[in-house]
Design a protein around this ligand. Structure first.
Ligand SMILES: [Zn+2]
Length: 300
């Protein structure tokens, strides 16, 4: 008998974790909206960049919530030499999300309304970094930014850097200035949740082929349908499985770690001559947080 999946109100800005024990599979589903408005509201991004950032924040929430609560930070960074977008950074720590995109507005305008990932970035790289606070260890993998979406690039990261078969689906929609985005991540851990050293990715494992086919049947509209709860979504995909365990993840919120103390310590690392150049007439260094656009006046 399938385990009962509790009824729950449709949750925006939260993650649902699930496992399918008999298939050695684990997954996450997430749906974001108010938190996107908050993060994107700090910048006047054009639609294509809002769309890209929404997609990036969904991926960041999906991958970040693979960390146990309070365990550390996940940072996703896409970078190019001379792309229209030359930098995209998002991170997740303990349910807090933040992110920003640096782009060339003039070149972006020339791309039309729905530019491809390649049109936005050109040749670039995607770096995924797990900083595990509890052990002080840092794991970083870097893969070429390829495929037709950030989700596809992240699938490549898991296959190449972690040898974990992974499926990621993302949907975004903008309505009257608001953005709704949802995503699903599914992974196969043949040796169980903790796993062990993996030398090859077996994408042809029958367990994985089975659950990947079920998860892959999800439709764009289902990911962002506010009338379909995350629990109901998981149930719809996997109701024929012997057992599906679900666990509510923590609520997601915008979190920025900028502070006077942070920028004071950053500025203190510059040589005296550089700090003199940075100071304004009042003797303050004005810093604009790239993530949340807050202005700081730092005595230097
Ligand atoms: Zn900030």
């Amino acid at each position: 008998m399938p385990s009962s999946i509790p009824e729950d109100e449709t949750g925006f800005d939260r993650v649902l974790r699930f496992t399918i024990p008999q298939r050695n599979a684990r997954g996450r589903v997430v749906r974001l909206s108010p938190v996107l408005d908050l993060i994107q509201g700090a910048h006047a991004y054009p639609p294509a960049i809002r769309h890209l950032l929404a997609e990036a924040l969904v991926v960041t929430a999906l991958i970040g919530s693979l960390l146990k609560d309070g365990e550390g930070q996940l940072t996703m960074q896409a970078q190019t030499e001379d792309g229209v977008v030359d930098l995209l950074v998002c991170d997740y720590r303990g349910g807090e999300l933040r992110g920003y995109v640096r782009h060339d507005a003039e070149r972006l305008a020339a791309l039309g309304t729905n530019p491809s990932l390649y049109a936005l970035f050109g040749r670039g790289y995607l770096a995924i970094t797990f900083d595990v606070a509890t052990t002080g260890q840092r794991y970083q993998g870097i893969v070429p930014l390829e495929g037709d979406s950030l989700g596809a690039a992240c699938e490549a990261y898991f296959a190449q850097s972690e040898q974990v078969p992974t499926l990621i689906r993302i949907a975004t929609r903008s309505e009257g200035g608001h953005c709704v985005a949802g995503g699903l991540l599914l992974q196969h851990l043949a040796e169980g949740e903790e796993g062990r050293e993996r030398l090859h990715v077996r994408l042809d494992h029958p367990e994985w082929e089975h659950v990947a086919a079920l998860a892959g049947s999800i439709r764009h509209e289902e990911l962002i349908d506010p009338d379909l709860s995350l629990e109901a979504l998981v149930w719809r995909l996997f109701h024929d499985e012997a057992e599906v365990r679900v666990e509510a993840g923590r609520p997601l919120e915008r979190g920025c770690r900028c502070s006077v103390e942070h920028y004071t310590s950053v500025i203190a690392q510059f040589p005296d001559t550089d700090r003199a150049d940075m100071r304004n007439e009042a003797g303050l260094v004005v810093v604009d947080c790239a993530f949340c656009s807050r202005l700081f006046e730092i005595p230097a």
